[in-house]
Design a binder for this molecule. Structure first.
Ligand code: SF4
Length: 113
């Protein structure tokens, strides 16, 4: 087999020649909790409950060329009137459905013969 395409990530075209990752396909989507901005994908530390405190003037302390994901999340939730979501404590992430444990299998008993 010869690969015709090489998937890098699930992202969008920001501008000509620049794509940014928006989804890490972790298998346990949290987008609805964060106004459609995934902290697992966008935050360099994958923080789920708040920013790390290292952000300066909306920049990520790990990647200063990027906006802090939590700045984006705050702005989005404020804009859509859902800042209350930030009061909720998110439990530790279940990484079982992610790719880190090896290849993934989906079983739908209702589709099996
Ligand atoms: S500055 Fe923001 S994006 Fe960067 S690691 Fe901290 S919380 Fe995450």
């Amino acid at each position: 087999m010869y690969a015709g395409l090489n998937t890098s990530f699930i992202g969008i075209l920001e501008e000509r020649g620049i794509w940014t990752e928006k989804c890490a396909t972790c298998g346990a989507c949290v987008l609805s909790e964060y106004g459609g901005i995934c902290p697992l994908t966008r935050c360099a530390k994958r923080l789920l409950n708040s920013p790390c405190g290292g952000s300066r003037e909306d920049r990520c302390e790990v990647r200063t060329d990027r906006q802090c994901a939590w700045q984006l999340i705050y702005q989005r939730l404020k804009r859509i009137g859902q800042l209350d979501r930030l009061k909720k404590i998110t439990p530790p992430k279940n990484w079982n459905p992610s790719l880190d444990g090896g290849y993934r299998v989906i079983v739908r008993e209702d589709h099996r013969i």
